[in-house]
Write a protein that binds this ligand. Sequence first.
Ligand code: SF4
Ligand code: SF4
Length: 441
Amino acid sequence: MAFLRMPGIKVPHRKHTAAMAPIRIPAPEEVCIPLSMHIGAPAVPTVKINDKVKVGQVIAQAGNGLSVPVHASVSGTVKRFEEMNTASNKTVTAVVIQSDGLMELSEDIAVPDVTDLESFVDAVKQAGIVGLGGAAFPTWVKLNIKDASKVEEIVLNGAECEPYITSDTRTFFDRGDELVYGVETLIKYYSPKKVIIAIENNKQEAIKTARKLFAGNDKVFVQVLPSVYPQGGEKVLIYSATKKIVPEGKLPIDVGVIAINVTTVAAIARYLKTGQPLTEKCVTVDGSAVKEPKNLIVPIGTRIRDVIENAGGYKCDPAKIIMGGPMMGHTMPDENHPVMKGTNAIIALDGRDGAVPEETPCINCGSCIQRCPLRLDPPGFGKAYEMKNPEELEKLKVNLCMECGVCAYVCPAKRHLVQRNRLAKNMLREYKAKEGKNGKA
Ligand code: SF4
Ligand code: SF4
C-alpha cells in the first residue's frame, strides 16, 4: 500500500478574491454544454436542433451506470451539436444553445419528493450534481450507500488548498443557509457520529463563519488544518481530519467516511429546497494577466473568453490560461473551451508567471519521491512510459497518482512530471481496457 503522509508543501496562497462576493454575469450569447462533464458514461441527448429550451430543462439524460443528466443553463434555441476536446483530451459531444437573453426558468423545475435515503440519492442524481471541487465524480454514486450505519464521519472539504481559488470559501459566506440545510439533510439520512468541516488555517474568516453557522449543532465540528498543499486531496483530507487511511483500491466508505466538497453540499440543498438543478458555477477569475480578478457566477457552458470579458478582459497577452488552479488545473489551448460542472477557476497568467520552464535531465535527487504524499516514483513512471511498458506502470502504481503536482513543484530540473504522469496513466488505462476486452482482466 502506498504510504500517505503529510505535511505537503507550502505554496503561495494568492487568495486575492476571497473577500469578493461573486457577481452573476449576464447571459452570454451562446453556451456550449458538454454531455460529459463528469467521470463515467456521457449523458444521452434528449433535444434536437432548433428545439426551444429553458433554464433547468433536461437536455440529456444520464447514461448507463456512472452518469448524471445535463440541464440547459440558459433559455434559448439549440443551434448545433459540436465535437470538442476536453481538458483531459477526451473527445465529447456538446450542445450549443443560442441564448435569448431572458434566462427563463423551465416549468419542469419542481421541489423533489424526498422521503428516504433512496429518494434522496435519486434527487442528487436528477440534480446533475458532481463533485464541485474539481473531481466531477457523480455525487449520487458516492452517496448511494446501502447500509447507512457504516457512515461514521462525514468530512466536508473546505480546504481549498490551491493558490488563487476562493469559490469554495465564498460558499461559507454566501450560501450559509444552503450549507446548513445540506449538512442537516446528510445527518438525517446517514446519522454519522460526527460531521467534520475541514478548513485550512489561512481562511480565518471562513472558519469564523462556519463556527457561527453550526453553533449549537453538537454533531458538527469545524476542524482547522495546516495550510499545506495538497491538503484538499480527498485521501489526504480524510487522513488529516480523521487519522484514517483509505487503503489502496478502497473507497472512503470502506473506512466509514463520506468526503464531500462544501459547494457540492450547497448545490444539493438548493435542489432539495427549490428544484433548481446544477446549471451555474461560481468561478474564480484571477492571475497576473486578468484586469479585474473576481468571483463570477456563470452559466455552465459559458466559454472562457466570455468569462474573461466579464472580469474586465486581459491587461496583457496571456501566456497561459488554466482551467482550475495552477497546481492541478489544465492549460487550455484556446478561449473557446466552456466552463464545466467541475470548473472552479480560470487563471490567466502573464509571460513571467506563465512561462513553461525548460526541463533539464533528471539528476536523480529523489526529491519528487520524498515529497509525493503517496511516495510514488514519477521518474520511474516517465521511464516506463517511454519504454511503452504498461506492466511496469501498473507495478509502480501510476493509477494512484492524484496529479497534485507536488513532484513537479519540487523538481530542481523542472521536469514536466505531471504531464508524463497523465500520459502514463492513460497508457495503463488503455492497456487495461484492451486486456479486459481480451478476457484477461
Ligand atoms: S502528481 Fe506527483 S506528487 Fe502528486 S501524487 Fe502524482 S506522483 Fe505524487
Ligand atoms: S525531483 Fe526531478 S531531478 Fe530529482 S529525481 Fe525527481 S525528476 Fe529527477
